[in-house]
Write a protein of this length. Structure first.
Length: 111
């Protein structure tokens, strides 16, 4: 993970940098804060402790359909289709440059 790459990606989703220190980043949009920490390799940690795998996250937004349309029209992010789920949310999924699987959703209009 590089923090600059995270900033570029999440700014497309409307997030702004509110804090950035060496190895730490805070982004914010509409009252939602995302915190990113870049693990620094240290001499006292074994190499296997440095490995990490992509994560999964769900971001609840006010209007998933509008965000999906904006991202689709920008043609800068490969996103999946937006669908209404049985559990009452309209969702779509994408993968960030670091391989993290991100689902974004909001309540369906009929709930």
């Amino acid at each position: 993970m590089t923090l600059d790459r995270s900033i570029r990606f999440w700014s497309l989703l409307g997030f702004d940098v509110v804090e950035r220190d060496d190895g730490y980043l805070v982004l914010q949009a509409d009252g939602v804060e995302l915190h990113f920490a870049h693990d620094q390799q240290t001499q006292d940690q074994p190499t296997h402790a440095q490995t990490s795998s992509p994560g999964r996250v769900f971001v609840h937004v006010r209007d998933a359909t509008s965000l999906w349309k904006r991202l689709r029209d920008a043609e800068t992010i490969d996103i999946g289709p937006i669908t209404a789920q049985e559990h009452g949310l309209r969702e779509f999924a994408l993968t960030d440059p670091d391989g993290n699987h991100i689902r974004i959703g909001s309540p369906t209009d009929d709930r």
